[in-house]
Design a protein around this ligand. Structure first.
Ligand SMILES: [Zn+2]
Length: 156
């Protein structure tokens, strides 16, 4: 049986981690300001794994009892944070470029001709695969940014 892909809810103190998870294709919600009670409620309602650096938050009864799963992030470094999440949930690095880093929406594939006007000329000359965020209109392509990210994550 295929394991369901986890969805995340990042606490205010791990915003960068949320962006990286999105970049790796994971649904990771993040609100710049959210109270603990609201955060836990949203995680419970949407079956999301809470990511936080706040130990007190993880002492809440819904989390202690296992109704809501939470991961207490140990490190400041986002690469180590990612490694911790991947290790604790037994995740594998598979798809990238499927979700908008800014708004967590699923990207849609685009043929080059529809995005040509909106990407820099050097990108147009070297890239043939693009995706677009249906919400903010940001265009993504497999450029150096992604290569660098893959290198960073090679240790996962
Ligand atoms: Zn977007």
């Amino acid at each position: 049986m295929a394991v369901m892909k986890p969805r995340f809810l990042a606490d205010c103190n791990v915003g960068r981690l949320a962006r990286w998870l999105r970049a790796l294709g994971y649904d990771a919600s993040y609100h710049t300001r959210i109270g603990d009670a609201e955060l836990v409620r949203e995680a419970a309602a949407e079956s999301r794994v809470v990511l936080t650096r706040d130990r007190d938050l993880t002492k809440r009864r819904v989390i202690q009892s296992g109704v809501v799963r939470a991961i207490l992030i140990r490190d400041d470094d986002v690469t180590k944070q990612l490694r911790q999440v991947f290790a604790e949930l037994g995740l594998e690095l598979k798809e990238a470029l499927t979700r908008c880093i800014e708004c967590n929406s699923e990207l849609q594939p685009r043929v080059p001709s529809t995005v040509a006007e909106r990407v820099p000329p050097y990108v147009r000359m070297t890239q043939s695969r693009y995706s677009e965020c249906p919400d903010c209109g940001r265009i993504y392509w497999a450029g150096t940014h992604w290569q660098r990210m893959r290198e960073v994550l090679a240790g996962l």
